[in-house]
Design a protein around this ligand. Structure first.
Ligand SMILES: C[S@@+](CC[C@H](N)C(=O)[O-])C[C@H]1O[C@@H](n2cnc3c(N)ncnc32)[C@H](O)[C@@H]1O
Length: 282
């Protein structure tokens, strides 16, 4: 377990994932019923872009959140939930703190909602617990995320969202994703599931999407993709987020913010964006 998210916090892949997560949560909390959010690979929770030398070393956030921050006045309404959270993280108007999925989700919690955060790395789990502060709605588990996805589903109450965002440093992670999705849907057929994956090799990605569509069966499944870097540029070209059982209005929100993110985060005007139903809602 060498992966540390601080090297990558706020990069283009985080922006796609977190803009979508914020949009989905903003829709879910419009209804009065409480929600449960399970983040099975939570990371450190919040990142200090100004002081963390790992963030400075890669500078990935400069091609991500910094570009978005500079254009936030022009952003479409669908990005408001995410941008409001970014504003709350940086109340003096200078970009310094970047909320990981835990800090982001925490912004949307109401009284009665629950946030369950799973992180296996002891140092990251300690940072995470510190970042969350004393909040009775939030629980941190220092354990294995794959196991938690079995043990903690279905949640009570049965309304909410699961984020599956592993580091993709081990072989077979794509297969693990679809296997845990299969099991997750069996345990909680009505849950909203979000699965992040990197685009490094297009053929591998296509095969994964086909497999995910098979596993989804009749469950609506939307795939959104943002690729700010040209194929052959090396490293992470872009990323995919699968969303199963997306809440009503989520696909429209993605259609609204996707082209803006592509334009804002593109390295050379070559950004690719798509939103595609792998399984259409009935
Ligand atoms: C991509 S990062 C998570 C980023 C976070 N979801 C966010 O959006 O801010 C993946 C995290 O999973 C953790 N991790 C790796 N293997 C794990 C496992 N088996 N169970 C739980 N966490 C794991 C890593 O330590 C890392 O912090």
């Amino acid at each position: 377990m060498n992966y540390r998210h601080a090297f990558h916090a706020g990069n283009h892949a985080d922006i796609l994932k977190h803009a979508a997560l914020a949009a989905a949560l903003a829709i879910q909390i419009k209804k009065p019923k409480p929600i449960v959010v399970l983040d099975a690979f939570a990371g450190a929770g919040r990142y200090d872009l100004g002081l963390d030398e790992r963030a400075a070393r890669t500078g990935e956030w400069r091609g991500g959140v910094e570009r978005l921050w500079e254009r936030r006045e022009q952003a479409p309404a669908a990005l408001t939930p995410f941008l409001d959270a970014l504003d709350m993280e940086n109340p003096d108007g200078a970009l310094r703190y970047y909320p990981g999925s835990p800090a982001l989700a925490q912004h949307f919690l109401r009284v009665g909602d629950h946030l369950r955060l799973v992180e296996k790395h002891p140092e990251e789990a300690a940072l995470l617990a510190h970042a969350m502060g004393r909040d009775g709605r939030v629980k941190v588990f220092e354990e294995d995320g794959w196991t938690a996805l079995r043990a903690q589903l279905p949640p009570t109450p049965r309304r909410g969202l699961v984020l599956i965002d592993p580091p993709f440093e081990a072989q077979g992670e794509f297969q693990r994703m679809t296997a845990s999705l299969k099991e997750g849907l069996k345990r909680w057929a009505t849950g909203v599931f979000m699965l992040w994956s990197p685009i490094v090799d297009r053929a591998l990605n296509r095969a994964y999407r086909e497999q995910a569509a098979v596993v989804a069966g009749e469950t609506p499944c939307l795939a959104i993709e943002l690729s700010p870097r040209r194929e052959g540029a090396g490293g992470l070209i872009g990323s995919t987020l699968l969303c199963l059982n997306p809440p009503y209005g989520f696909a429209e929100a993605c259609e609204q913010f996707g082209p803006f993110l592509a334009e804002t985060l593109s390295d050379d005007g070559a950004a690719g964006w798509s939103a595609m139903w792998l399984v259409e809602p009935k």
